[in-house]
Design a protein around this ligand. Structure first.
Ligand SMILES: [Zn+2]
Ligand SMILES: [Zn+2]
Length: 489
């Protein structure tokens, strides 16, 4: 039996809580409903998490995880599109529409009662776009060490959030409106049909299953294909190492570094290295010069920028002048804009080496993963929610802190944060000292019950934040304004 989370309902109302429609639940009620609903799903979602953990799969081959997650979501009545845009991506959604859309056959008296409480007039019928909140699922693993980044936990965090938020949207106050016999009937119905009858909070909520976070950047083609269009808030959480085994109640919201992968291929001309070296053009020399150029440039790099690379191909035999050599580099910078500046310097290092050696250079670069720009309104709101619900202190690290105190990791979620208002939180799971992400001890930690408990808490925070986005027009406006301001920095 898993103990309940240390959920602590607040005794005082939130000092910054905005004025809300009295027909809708208060923030405190939302927190209570969501926390208890998440708890109700805890043991079933622990099974899902353990299943994914036990079958680690690499980028774009997450076939098992895709199956487990989509099967679960279909069974729970969500509108699911497996293989959405990418083979191992998926989308699951739920829309709580206006009462106007209720089929005429569903004219039970208790429905009429609810219909009278419709928000339809305020929403202007179907004309106004329903607010939309999306949660991100990741489920890929790392070569050799399995789920050493805990993406099994991220996968279930999105399920916790969508299930708890759907419950709030549909069932809130149902028991006070409809007779208990009707509530029983509702529970037997398909969720999507009774949602039409009993909505309290209009909106669309979804989970986007995003493959290949560790390598391949699955969110980038999903973005390009329009998977994030119309989303008002995109939310996710990611596990990290706890300060110690006893202090797992910790979280942060921090930026990541923008990153780009660059391949440099030098083509020269082969020749006997002793008999006629002058007939050759040494591609390895070009690669070595490029490496040295970058090493020299590193002294002038601004703090926060990072460049690191390897020789992928350095020739085949010492007695043959190499006609081909290649390098693979990662370049990182605190912002997408500063990454472009860094890129131009690094390109010059590669090009200079080609010029000096008369080799031909072929430069290819993968799409950049931009820095994670966390929406400040949503970050502050999440901090408050986690303090209210779990007495958890969320440390917010601003993007201006950059590489120094800020991000050192990189993620394709950064690109999402440039496209729609987004927030990614980090939370601690207990692991051993020096057993952080991408180590074997973290793989073990990611399947522990304590890690699961920490995930429940983080997910409750995301779902409550999602509820605020759906319910508060003013908050949505603030979030949008912050997002637009962020584009200027
Ligand atoms: Zn990772
Ligand atoms: Zn990760």
């Amino acid at each position: 039996m898993i103990p309940p989370p240390p959920y602590a309902p607040r005794s005082e109302s939130h000092p910054h809580e905005p004025l809300r429609d009295p027909k809708l639940p208060s923030l405190e009620e939302i927190e209570t409903v969501i926390a208890s609903e998440a708890e109700r799903w805890s043991s079933r979602l622990r099974e899902v998490s353990i299943q994914i953990h036990g079958h680690p799969e690499l980028a774009y081959n997450e076939v098992f995880a895709h199956k487990v997650l989509t099967t679960f979501l279909i069974k729970q009545g969500f509108d699911v599109t497996p293989h959405y845009i990418l083979k191992t991506a998926f989308k699951a959604s739920f829309t709580s529409p206006t009462v106007k859309s209720v089929p005429p056959s569903k004219d039970q008296s208790w429905w009429r009662k609810i219909a009278g409480k419709s928000k339809e007039t305020e929403l202007g019928g179907d004309k106004e776009k329903l607010p939309s909140v999306m949660f991100q699922a990741e489920y890929d693993a790392l070569p050799g060490i399995g789920h050493a980044c805990g993406h099994n936990l991220i996968a279930v965090s999105s399920l916790f959030a969508i299930l708890a938020l759907r419950h709030l949207m549909i069932m809130y106050k149902v028991s006070s409106i409809v007779p208990s016999s009707a509530t029983r009937l509702i529970k037997e119905l398909d969720f999507s049909s009774f949602a039409l009858l009993l909505f309290q909070i209009p909106g669309t909520i979804s989970v986007l299953g995003t493959p290949a976070e560790e390598g391949g950047g699955g969110k980038i083609p999903l973005l390009a294909a329009g998977a994030y269009e119309g989303v008002d808030a995109c939310l996710m959480c990611h596990p990290g190492p706890g300060p110690s085994l006893d202090e797992e109640n910790w979280g942060s919201i921090r930026p990541s570094l923008a990153i780009q992968t660059i391949h440099a291929d030098y083509v020269g001309k082969a020749a006997h290295a002793a008999v006629a070296p002058w007939e050759g053009i040494n591609a390895l020399d070009a690669a070595m010069l490029a490496y040295s150029n970058i090493s020299a440039f590193r002294q002038q790099m601004v703090p926060g920028d990072r460049v690191h690379g390897i020789v992928v191909d350095g020739g085949l035999a010492p007695n043959v002048i190499p006609d081909h050599a290649s390098l693979k580099f990662f370049i990182r910078s605190p912002k997408g804009s500063s990454l472009s500046t860094l890129r131009s310097h690094i390109d010059a290092c590669f090009e200079g080496a080609a010029l000096a050696t008369s080799t031909t250079l072929h430069l290819t670069a993968a799409p950049a993963h931009l820095d994670q720009r966390n929406n400040s309104s949503m970050s502050m709101a999440y901090k408050q929610i986690m303090s209210d619900c779990f007495k958890q202190d969320i440390v917010i690290v601003g993007s201006s802190d950059g590489g120094a105190g800020g991000g050192s990791f990189s993620t394709d979620f950064g690109n999402v944060t440039y496209a729609v208002p987004s927030m990614g939180s980090n939370y601690a799971i207990p692991t051993v000292a020096k057993g952080g992400n991408h180590t074997s001890p973290f793989t073990l930690a990611a399947r522990s019950e304590a890690a699961h408990r920490a995930t429940v808490k983080a997910s409750v925070g995301l779902a409550v934040l999602g509820a605020r986005v759906l319910m508060e027009k003013e908050f949505r406006k603030e979030v949008r304004e912050d997002f637009e301001k962020g584009k200027l920095t």
